[in-house]
Ligand binder design. Structure first.
Ligand code: 5AD
Ligand code: SF4
Length: 446
């Protein structure tokens, strides 16, 4: 009988994409996928180290999953992804019944580790980081009927933002060959995918030399947008320092490149940005945003903000709130600073903003963003958008759920369409999180 594997994924979109690479590797080894941990012979947790709280939750979940071994003694449990390279051997001290750990560059070795594990070895560990691994020749596993897909185009990070574990958990930046990206996009289109999101920790620092010429991120976008004109293209996450005029121009040129950009600001105070080692000032960030606003009508900008970084004063915090209003992000991911041992900030600075102050500042940031998102959405009332239907709405199965090119979530009543269809929808009502619309023109309502 085939062995069954269950994978639980935490953290960023890159991990979601990596899980599909792992599925692909394991399916070649004869594994079948299952949806419930209780049905599995092998459980993998693809983990995230970005904040302490995330790690704590994963460890307590791992202990819960370990208890399944009582009923099924042959069950193997592994931790893969960022927590493996970050915690190393310590993971086995925290969870002694764990069978194996593998880092983000070690997925090709999973079959070997599993073979060793089934032959009785325990505490197996492969956490070596690579300067070249991009899994370029592995087509990630995708179930049928997926409308949207991730395509990882580069891995790792060279930026060393002071707060961040990623350079340590995922190693140095490297880009995937253009032809392997094209193959994957082609394969996804054949499977019926209608929208792809290019992924990388610094997606816009993509570079590839094919021997004849160098390809930078705008060149890649241009190439893919030309070859697949019916495909909607997104990308995440960009670093402000690598945003170029060429990027803005190529986005403006192609209607199939979605008019939306995720550009983490992190703080509105130049003093804090310098301490964070972000390599831009607020003024430089705003100038680049203005390029987008001036060149691509209706483009939306989302961001990441950290509250309470080392040394952040009330004045710095006010600057962040001001910058958020000024730029008018339509959406933001907002976090309380969490010190990660070994990062530049942990070595250089004191984590000196009291926890209740961090919480209060984060609360103010969240409240402001809710207001900004609501105001942003209000401007969409009576406008029509092309919405790509992703599936039934979770709240009301009689409504479809989809996204506009601007990356806003829209729900609207069923009109005989299917996931994957693009429908013109007129917005009639909004909340801070969702647009509610009606198909436009309302031909089927007569
Ligand atoms: N504490 C809080 N937030 C963090 N992020 C990264 N590291 C930390 C940390 N130590 C946030 C940043 C980043 C996003 C993915 O997570 O905003 O852009
Ligand atoms: Fe988490 Fe960052 Fe690793 Fe993604 S790259 S899983 S966000 S630590």
């Amino acid at each position: 009988m085939k062995k069954r594997v269950y994978i639980e994924t935490y953290g960023c979109q890159m991990n979601v994409s990596d899980t599909q690479v792992i599925y692909s590797i394991l399916s070649k080894e004869g594994y079948e996928f299952c949806q419930q941990p209780a049905d599995a012979d092998l459980i993998l947790m693809n983990t995230c180290s970005i904040r302490e709280h995330a790690e704590e939750k994963i460890i307590s979940r791992a202990k819960e999953l370990i208890s399944l071994k009582k009923k099924k003694p042959g069950l193997k449990i592994g931790i893969v992804g960022c927590m493996s390279t970050w915690n190393k051997q310590k993971l086995f001290d925290k969870i002694p019944q764990l069978d194996l750990i593998a880092g983000p560059d070690s997925y090709r070795n999973l079959p070997l580790l599993l073979k060793q594990s089934y032959s009785g070895e325990t505490h197996l560990m492969d956490i070596l980081l690579s300067n070249t691994e991009t899994y370029e020749d592995i087509l990630p596993y995708y179930p049928e009927n997926y409308v949207t897909a991730f395509v990882s185009i580069m891995r790792g990070c060279n930026n060393f933002c002071a707060y961040c574990v990623v350079p340590f958990t995922r190693g140095r930046e490297r880009s995937r060959p253009l032809h392997s990206i094209m193959n994957e996009v082609h394969d996804l289109m054949e499977k019926g995918v209608k929208e792809i999101t290019f992924l990388g920790q610094n997606v816009n620092s993509y570079k590839w030399d094919d021997g004849c010429r160098k390809w930078f991120f705008p060149d890649l976008l241009d190439h893919v947008a030309t070859h697949f004109p019916s495909l909607r293209i997104r990308f995440a996450t960009s670093h402000p320092k690598d945003v170029s005029r060429e990027l803005v121009e190529v986005m403006a040129q192609y209607p199939n490149i979605a008019p939306s950009i995720h550009l983490p600001l992190q703080s509105g105070s130049n003093r804090i940005l310098r301490r964070m080692n972000r390599n831009y000032t607020l003024e430089e960030y705003k100038e680049k945003i203005q390029w987008f606003y001036d060149t691509i009508p209706g483009i939306t900008v989302s961001t990441d903000i950290i509250a309470g970084f080392c040394g952040e004063t009330e004045e710095d915090h006010q600057k962040t709130l001001e910058a958020m209003k000024d730029i008018h992000f339509f959406y933001a991911y907002m976090f309380k600073y969490s010190e990660r041992p070994g990062t530049l900030a942990a070595q250089k600075y004191v984590d000196d903003v009291a926890d209740d102050v961090k919480t209060r500042r984060l609360q103010e940031i969240i409240q402001l963003q809710q207001q900004l998102s609501y105001e942003h959405n209000l401007r969409d009332i009576n406008k029509t958008f092309d919405v790509l239907i992703e599936g039934p709405s979770h709240k009301n199965p009689n409504e479809w759920f989809g996204r506009t090119g601007q990356n806003k979530v829209v729900v609207f009543p069923f009109q005989g369409k299917r996931p994957g269809d693009v429908v013109k929808v007129k917005v009639v009502e909004v909340t801070s999180a969702t647009l509610r619309g009606i198909p436009w023109p309302e031909t089927n309502l007569m």
